[in-house]
Structure formats: C-alpha cells, structure tokens
Design a protein around this ligand. Structure first.
Ligand code: SRM
Ligand code: SF4
Length: 598
C-alpha cells in the first residue's frame, strides 16, 4: 500500500472524460428536491434508482433484506425493500435524554427494534419501510436531531472526541467541530420542504444562513459551498488530540489535530487526503492515510476547511466515482501543488505543520471524572449494536436509564456509548442497573473484544460479500481462548472486520484487519460467512496502514492462521513492543511481505 505521492498534476486525462451519471442525477435533482419529492407517496415499496441516489443526501439508504433475497428471487417476488436511516450527530453528541428516547422509540416502532452506533459516532436505524420514512424523519427533527447530509456527496458527520472532560481543550475543540458542521451543512430548503412541510425547526447544528467565508468564482447562490452538483464524492472531517486519537483522524479527508500550548487549544495541524475504500481488482484505488498540509490558528478553522472542500468541489474527479475521493486528487497532484491551490482559494499562505503527531488513543470506557464534579460512564457495545438478546438487555436497559436519569449521552467512533453528567451519588444505583439488565461493564469485557469493531455487512448492507457484525463475536470467542492460553490476554491491539473492501470499520489501519473477500452460501441459500483477507501490522493509534498477511482465508480458519503469529510475537517481541509494531518490524526486517511463521 503505497503512501507515496506524485509531485505532478497527473489527473488531466480524467478531467476530460464526461461526468458520470451520478453527476447528472445530482444536477437534475434541483438541489436535492425532485425524484425524492415525486416518489414519497406513490404507493410503491421502493424508490427508483435516481430517487434512492438523492435520498442519501437526506440521510437514508435504500436496502433490502439480503437473508431472504435469493428466496424472494426464486419465488419470483419483489425484494424485501427497507430503508436505513442515519442520524446526524456532530461529535457524537446527544444533547438530551429525550433525543435518545426518540431515536430508540423510532427504532422500535418503525425499525427492526435495534439501534446501531456507527464508526462515525452516529445512530443508524435499520428496517424502516418507505411508508414510515416521513414520520421517522419528522420525529428525529422534532427532537432537534437531523438526518440531513448524514450520507451523500457532502461533508459527512464531523467527528470530534466525545469525552465530556472539562479540560478546556475538548470543549473548545467540540465547539470548533460544531461550527464547521453547521456552516457546511447543505443550505437548500428541499429537506425542510419535503419532510417538514417547509418548517425550519431551529436546530443549532444545522446550516447557518450566513455568508461563505472564502468566496470563490465557482460559488452558487443557493449552495455556495457545494454548488448544484454538490461534491464529487463523500467528504469526511475529524478533530483529534495528539494523545487521544479516538476519532481515527488519519482515515479522514480533512483532519484537525489539536495544537495545545500552556494548557490551551491554540490551533491545529491540518491533515488532508485520508480515505480507506478500495477495490482490490482496481489498482487505481487504494487506502490512504491523511498527511500534514499546514498549521492554522483556531480562528481559521472555517476558512481552511472551506478552501479545502472547494478545491475538492472544483477539481475532484467527476467522471470516475471510484477515483473521486480527495485522496486521489492529492495523490495525482502531489501535496505541494494541492497546498498551492488551497492557498490560492484561501487568499493567503498556510503556515507549515507544527511538530505535533498522534501518540495515543483512549476509548473512554469505564467510570471517569468530568472535572465539574460529575462522572461519565463509557459502556462497551459489541459492534455498536444496541439490542436485547439472551439475557443481555442493552436496548431496554438504556431506555430505562434515560427515562430514570434524564441525562445526555455521547457516541464514540469505536461504536460505544458514554453516559454523561452523572451525579457521583448515583454510582451504586447505576452499577446495580448494569447488573439488572445484564449489561457488561468494561472490566468484564476482554481487551481484544473491547478494541474490536465490525461493520453491519449482512443482512442490511447492499455491498457486503461476507459476514462481519454477525461473525466477529465467534472470532472473538476463539481469540480470547487462544490469547489467554498464550498469556497475551491483556495485550491492547485492534481487530477490525468488514464484509467487503470498502473499509467501513477502518480495517486497513488496525493491528489486525479482516476484510471480506469472497462470498459463500449456507445450505439453505442464505449468505454464508465467506473468505477473508487478513491484514497485519497497522497500529492502535491508527497512523499506519497494515499489509496483506493471507488472502482468501475461510472464516473458520481465520483464528488458526493468526495463532502462530501471536505465538511468534510472544517469543520474539522486544520490550514493550505492541503486536502491530511487531508485525510491522518483522515484515520490514524480512522484506517478505508475508508474516508466515518461521
Ligand atoms: Fe461506510 C458505503 C456503513 C463508515 C467507507 N457504508 C457504506 C454503506 C452505506 C453501503 C452502501 O453504500 O450501500 C453501508 C451501510 C451498511 C448498513 O447496512 O448500515 C456503510 N460505513 C458504514 C457504517 C455504518 C459502518 C459501521 O460499522 O458503523 C459507518 C457509518 C458511518 C457514519 O455514521 O457515517 C461507515 N464507511 C465508513 C468508514 C469509516 C469512517 O468514515 O471513519 C469508511 C472508510 C473511510 C472512507 O470513507 O474512506 C467507509 N462506506 C465506505 C465506502 C468506500 C468509500 C470509498 O471511498 O471507496 C462505501 C462505498 C461507497 O461509498 O461507494 C461505503
Ligand atoms: Fe457494507 Fe462493505 Fe461497508 Fe461493510 S465495509 S458496511 S460490507 S460497504
């Protein structure tokens, strides 16, 4: 995986190709209005392809139940259409208990009775039928949350460390993230017209009517930041602290890495070009980690973010969606040329990056003091799925919790939930509540499971080729046994699994990445677990890509392939060396590109 950059502007050929069909649909949607508005009440169970493409900008994906897809096809019946609704939550913040209860209520009444915390600290509700979509979006908006721009070719949910620590730094960083999130949200009125009868519910996290910060020749009167065709592709931004990269900043198109002086947040190093999606058969695609572009004062966040996003808007590849992410523009141009263009848009030079980089990560689980006399409690949620099953009643338990205590919450980019603003006097009762509902405290979860994540994959994701969320718990059961046997149970490393190479659980910068490679079928025709590519040698801090260890590994062989590497790590590691660092060192020392046990 080449992190190298070219230094010339090599994408000229792609520029001459005609725009893709997706571009035509965006323009024809007239600022995200037509198609969707025309089809909501047409009595059909599904949206047309064009409407489904525009619907993403409104925060919803059209899906079908893949567990029954082949049966339905065999019986000549229509797919089991359903919608996934994503709730936009900058910095993962739920300001009130009522917001949580609204989302949980919608999941119960219109969805499949579960909630999914995503790797970008949002909620997803799966299984909503088309007829229930308007009421679902209205309820979410009435609770002062939104779904606008949770998906689509726009700035996605802006990530920020969610820990409610009163250290003066996180609060300031969260305020900067909120300012950018509201400034960059789409400004067209179509969302309110379609779902809320034109009523703009006052929501501080939605678009500010104010002017753009960096006026450029390409600005459109309705959408001055995006224009009629919005962005060439999705765009992702994260804020992080060097000692706490819990937002995985290097996986984002744009990153703000805090520069702290004398205990105060004074500015940021600006990182650009992160993105993980890849298609193994297309060499022109690859995962890439964001690289430093320059440094800025806090006051300049909106200006620099707007300049970067507008350069992407104007020069990103609009003919080939596989190569449309910012990382490819930067790869093709090289950092110096990209920086020069950003400076041109900004109207001033950018200071060089400061000597600040990521050093650690905190998942914020367990009990912590906030610094204002209150406590917060981070709760593990396996693969982000909030559900009731087998005596573990997390879904019911959280509802009771928010009804009882009425406190806010935060979601993390590790798919976990933080219960915040807790009175220390409540601690014994809250611990009893955990026991009552069979909710595991962090101390009861193994280190390997604690640091693992999987994407949803089957049955909801239309792009899945293998299982992930439903398969990782089995891998964890097996790994726990093997790691304990080797005396490695306390080792901290990340295991991240996805059902296809798109990288939604960020497998390519994990210590261990398990990426769905080829499909299989169960005897009853439902999707089987498939085969996986095993990647090794990333880092828990997320600032190094891993490399392929083994390809096409059947699901039931994954742990068997890993165990000899763990055994070798135990025998050969240097003092304090982590598993990811060991794999990376051995791979580099042996120049083998393969860590097969000696
Ligand atoms: Fe993702 C597409 C789920 C984070 C890269 N992602 C999808 C879709 C919408 C499938 C689709 O297009 O039909 C998945 C819906 C599955 C379902 O049933 O819910 C999906 N992505 C997810 C979530 C829910 C995974 C999770 O375990 O939480 C995450 C939602 C985040 C959110 O709240 O917005 C999610 N996706 C990511 C990340 C990680 C991140 O952003 O930190 C990545 C890698 C970083 C990146 O963007 O490069 C990621 N998702 C993709 C890609 C590949 C993009 C590319 O540049 O090639 C796709 C496919 C696409 O866009 O065409 C994709
Ligand atoms: Fe779907 Fe692939 Fe993303 Fe998993 S990684 S949610 S299978 S697109």
């Amino acid at each position: 995986m080449d992190q190298g950059m070219s230094d010339g502007r090599g994408d000229g050929a792609a520029k001459k190709k005609p725009p893709s069909k997706a571009e035509a649909v965006k323009v024809a949607s007239q600022y995200l209005r037509t198609f969707v508005a025309d089809e909501i009440g047409n009595g059909r169970a599904n949206f047309s392809e064009d409407a489904a493409a525009v619907l993403k900008f409104h925060g919803s994906y059209q899906q079908d139940d893949r567990d029954v897809r082949s049966v339905m096809k065999r019986e000549g019946r229509e797919k089991e259409y359903q919608l996934m609704v994503r709730v936009r939550m900058p910095g993962g913040k739920l300001a009130t208990a009522a917001q949580y209860l609204t989302v949980a209520n919608v999941a119960e009444t219109a969805g499949n009775g579960t909630l999914r915390i995503t790797t970008r600290q949002e909620f997803q509700i799966h299984g909503v039928v088309k007829a229930d979509l308007p009421a679902t979006i209205r309820a979410i908006n009435e609770s002062l949350l939104s779904t606008l721009a949770a998906c689509g070719d726009v700035e996605r949910n802006v990530l920020c460390c969610p820990a409610p620590l009163c250290d003066g730094i996180r609060t300031a960083m969260q305020a900067d993230a909120d300012r950018w999130a509201s400034h960059v949200a789409p400004r067209s009125s179509s969302y309110w017209d379609i779902w809320l009868d034109g009523e703009r519910i006052a929501n501080p996290l939605l678009p500010q009517a104010g002017p753009v910060r960096v006026p450029t020749a390409g600005d459109d009167p309705v959408e001055p930041i995006y224009g009629k065709a919005y962005l060439p592709r999705k765009f992702k931004t994260a804020f992080a602290l060097p000692e706490d990269n819990c937002t995985d900043i290097h996986a984002n198109d744009l990153g703000f890495l805090a520069v702290v002086e004398a205990g105060k947040l004074v500015g940021y190093n600006v990182l650009v070009g992160g993105g993980l999606g890849t298609t193994p058969s297309a060499q022109k695609t690859f995962p890439f980690l964001a690289v430093p572009l320059g440094s800025i004062d806090r006051a300049d966040v909106l200006d620099i973010a707007e300049a970067v996003i507008k350069v992407f808007r104007d020069f990103g590849n609009r003919s080939d969606r596989k190569r449309a992410r910012l990382k490819y523009l930067i790869h093709d141009w090289g950092v110096p040329a990209f920086r020069a263009k950003v400076e041109e848009y900004l109207g001033r030079p950018l200071a060089d990056p400061k000597p600040v980089c990521v050093t650690d990560v905190d998942d914020h689980l367990g009990w912590h003091e906030q610094g204002d006399g209150k406590l917060f409690l981070g709760i593990p949620v396996e693969n982000g799925r909030i559900k009731d099953s087998d005596g573990h009643r997390l879904f019911s338990g959280l509802k009771t919790f928010f009804e009882t205590y009425g406190t806010p919450a935060r979601l993390t980019c590790q798919q976990k939930i933080l219960l915040v603003d807790l009175d220390p006097a409540w601690k014994p009762k809250i611990e009893a509540w955990l026991l009552d509902y069979g909710i595991a405290a962090v101390e009861q979860v193994s280190t390997v499971r604690r640091w693992s994540m999987a994407c949803p994959a089957f049955p909801t994701c239309g792009l899945a080729v293998t299982e992930a969320e439903r398969a990782l718990p089995t891998i964890m059961d097996e790994l726990e046994v093997e790691l304990d046997r080797l005396g490695l149970g306390a080792e901290r490393f990340t295991v991240r699994m996805t059902g296809c190479p798109n990288g939604c659980a960020r497998p390519y910068n994990a210590d261990v990445g398990l990426v769905g490679r080829s499909a299989s079928r169960n005897p009853d025709g439902t999707p089987g677990p498939g085969t996986y590519t095993i990647f090794l040698g990333g880092r828990t801090t997320g600032d190094r890509l891993n490399v392929v260890f083994k390809d096409y590994v059947p699901f039931d062989r994954v742990v068997a392939e890993l165990v000899p590497v763990f055994a070798r790590f135990k025998g050969e590691r240097t003092v304090g060396e982590t598993f990811g660092d060991f794999c990376n060192r051995v791979e580099i020392e042996e120049h083998a590109g393969n860590l097969s046990p000696a």
